[in-house]
Write a protein that binds this ligand. Sequence first.
Ligand code: PLP
Length: 239
Amino acid sequence: MTENSLTDKFSYFDENYAIILERVTKAAQKSGKKLSDIKILAATKTVPVELINYAISKGIRYMGENRVQEFQFKYEALQKENTEMHFIGQLQSNKVKYIADKVCCIQSVDSVKLAAEIAKQARKHNKVMDILIEVNIGREANKGGVMPEVLFDFIEEVSVFEAVSVKGLMAIPPICENKSELCGYFEKMQQYYVDITAKKIDNVYMHSLSMGMSGDFDTAIECGANMVRVGSSLFGKRT
Ligand SMILES: *Cc1c(COP(=O)(O)O)cnc(C)c1O
């Protein structure tokens, strides 16, 4: 990338980030929250390291990658102090070993096999890995995530792994016709989040309700999200 286009990307990021902070603030107010209650995670797939590091320098505290190879490739050059690295993409069990030392949270856990492998790799690194349970809230055949009707049983099952700690839920709702349909999915997630909190299961803590991306993060926050994952609205269209 030439210097010029990098400078352009930096100022483009600045503009976008300011707008997002404003939108998050407004949406948070609508659900009785403050900007500081909402974790803004930058989804950084295809984004060059220079731009990610710039975003970190501007105050982004949560980063999410979703391709193992790309993440490995970028990892060394990332300025990781004061940032939490999350994995947000679909993850095969046999790839966990490549990221277990690099991330503090895996947001896309949807099988016991995957949770078991994360626990195994976390133990190797002497750490406890935070995980979010991905819920297939729209029950879509082509999407990952645990089906809603087995969510409670699933969480009890993975809660026994001592080297993982369940820290919340994640979802990507189906494409919706209108805001009320979309909000319906987000509110269902919020209800699960509240119900699981009430169950007080050992090793299960509902800290993060991760939902909302560039196209729908305002609605997600209004309907209960406390973590949003934004990519293109921060960095521009992916090429
Ligand atoms: C890419 C990605 C995002 C961000 O998508 P945008 O629409 O660009 O904001 C969020 N979550 C996951 C899991 C992603 O893969």
